[in-house]
Design a protein around this ligand. Structure first.
Ligand code: TYD
Length: 135
């Protein structure tokens, strides 16, 4: 899992982190969205992206993100505004265990495009096999 640690710029007054494209986030940030108020026992995600790169930062509460590259599934608990999880292209992601106060901020390298999504796990595995086949 590629975790990004944002420098703690806090002082005696409280916390502060700064996020800058191409500095501590490895792409141009074209879109920012926020997942919040997730109902109890609800999981989200269950898709991959053909081109999109993202960084997910849990700025309040906590949640678990599972990343699957088609071979290995890894999971991380996000619970701090000081930590971002990099999610590359062609990675299946699932988000679980949202606390009711969880606010997940997501930075994205592209504008929203439904055609960039793969929402079927079998299609995702096929795509991964094709990628592996040509490299
Ligand atoms: P979706 O990406 O499926 O949510 P998640 O992966 O978190 O479960 O998005 C849910 C809906 O919101 C879907 O209809 C697409 C829409 N949406 C946008 O219009 N713009 C966006 O930036 C995002 C992330 C979603």
């Amino acid at each position: 899992m590629e975790m990004i640690n944002f420098e703690d710029l806090g002082d005696s007054r409280g916390g502060l982190v700064s996020i800058e494209e191409h500095k501590n986030v490895p792409f141009e940030i074209k879109r920012v969205y926020c997942i919040y108020g997730v109902k109890k026992n609800v999981s989200r995600g269950f898709h991959s992206h053909k081109n999109l790169e993202q960084v997910a930062i849990c700025i309040n509460g906590s949640c678990t993100i599972v990343l699957d590259d088609g071979l290995i599934k890894r999971s991380a608990v996000l619970s701090s505004p000081k930590t971002g999880l990099y999610i590359g292209k062609n990675i299946w992601r699932e988000m679980h265990d949202f606390t009711s106060d969880c606010v997940l901020l997501v930075l994205a390298s592209e504008l929203y495009d439904e055609d960039d999504y793969i929402r079927s796990y079998s299609e995702f595995l096929k795509k991964i096999e094709n990628i592996r086949g040509v490299t």
